[in-house]
Design a protein around this ligand. Structure first.
Ligand code: SF4
Ligand code: FES
Length: 378
């Protein structure tokens, strides 16, 4: 057997390695909310395995040296870490642009004031437009009122704010009110993101899958809002994959511009990569970030487009979407090398669409909430 020395993809083709720009730092899987569409893995990391603030500080310095420009402090709920301020300060000291992705629960006015000057931007999640909807979806009574209080403090302190509205069949009809709320809160941006059916969301396809009519109407609402709010607030929209003709370029291409670090230090090419069986992941406690980025087998597996099978190999879009999402191919086709089933040219596309239509037609409203088992809290 020939010894491979240079980075190579899953088929043994040499790969070109660029530099990452963004890093998602999942500080913890703990979260007071229990959203049924959480993108965290169904197997959550134990608290006792979480990276310490000192370890995060070292990672941020390594990331900056590697070329990372911005870090997203995420979770779970990052405010569940008592040392969030210390962690944010070390990201700032490393020279990174710091974005805090939060539900707001666990943030007090005092904690937010500590973060002033350390965090450049806050992204606040929105589960619904009123307490009835938001508290039901989040599985946490009183979450909406507390979130609105946090939004007010964020505005008073002056953090640039993006509202991250995760939409699905249960709340998509109230999209106009979500956009109005973002405007009232003085947001610079609202990101309207349709649920991606990975992690916990995959367990909730039936209650959450939007209908085709809802998706179409949402696009109209977004277009009208973009026109009305031009120059005042940006309206981003991530439509449901199932209604697209072609897939998105997931992560901008595997191992090309971004990476994730899980709470226990496992370094991942995307948040759902651990669903791909057979990939070999490394832990930041065992290797330097630059080594993992350049030579990690999981990072190199799907780099570039040389490994792509047909129909992607001869498709004119292969440098645009890189064959779509590997995790979706794993979930739907049980093959991470398959063409993303979202693509109309995939042999699995008809089945995906039929299943999405059936899920969307379901009157099931029973949610499987994200829960960390008692055992995993320790
Ligand atoms: Fe993208 Fe492959 Fe579909 Fe072409 S065939 S659009 S490269 S997923
Ligand atoms: Fe993993 Fe798309 S979520 S490649």
């Amino acid at each position: 057997m020939t010894q491979q020395t240079s980075p190579h993809d899953i088929r043994g083709n040499p790969v070109r390695v660029g530099l990452p720009m963004a890093m998602l730092a999942e500080l913890t899987h703990r979260c007071p909310l229990a959203c049924p569409y959480c993108s965290n893995p169904v197997e959550l990391a134990r608290v006792s395995t979480e990276l310490t603030a000192a370890e995060w500080g070292d990672i941020f310095r390594q990331a900056a040296d590697l070329g990372v420009l911005q870090v997203h402090l995420s979770g779970g709920e990052p405010a569940s870490r008592r040392d969030l301020t210390e962690i944010a300060a070390s990201a700032r000291d490393a020279g990174l642009y710091v974005n805090l992705i939060t539900s707001g629960i666990g943030l007090t006015e005092a904690r937010l004031r500590e973060l002033d000057g350390l965090v450049d931007h806050v992204q606040l999640s929105l589960q619904g437009i009123d307490a009835e909807m938001a508290d039901w979806i989040s599985g946490y009574g009183g979450s909406f009122a507390r979130k609105m209080q946090v939004a007010e403090w964020i505005g008073q302190i002056g953090f640039p704010l993006t509202l991250n509205a995760v939409v699905h069949r249960q709340n998509l009809d109230r999209l106009p009110e979500m956009i109005d709320l973002a405007e009232r809160l003085g947001c610079r941006r609202i990101e309207v993101a349709t649920v991606q059916f990975h992690g916990w969301a995959d367990l909730n396809r039936r209650p959450l899958m939007p209908t085709r009519e809802q998706a179409q109407r949402a696009r109209e609402v977004v277009n009208q809002a973009r026109h009305r709010l031009r120059g005042r607030m940006v309206v981003d929209y991530v439509p449901a994959d199932h209604h697209a003709t072609f897939p998105k370029s997931c992560m901008g291409g595997w191992g090309s511009t971004g990476l994730n670090i899980a709470p226990d230090g496992i370094v991942l090419p995307c948040h759902a990569a651990q669903t791909i069986k057979g990939l070999e992941f490394q832990n930041i406690r065992d290797a330097k970030l630059t080594e993992i980025w350049h030579n990690g087998p999981a990072f190199n597996a799907f780099r570039g487009t040389a490994w792509l099978p047909e129909p992607c190999a001869s498709c004119e879009r292969r440098e645009i979407d890189h064959g779509g999402c590997r995790c979706q191919a794993m979930a739907m086709a049980n093959d991470p090398m398959a063409t993303d089933p979202v693509c109309s040219r995939s042999p699995f596309n008809a089945r995906l669409r039929a299943e999405a239509e059936a899920d969307a037609a379901s009157d099931d409203v029973a949610l499987v909430y994200r829960r960390m088992s008692r055992e995993k809290r320790t």
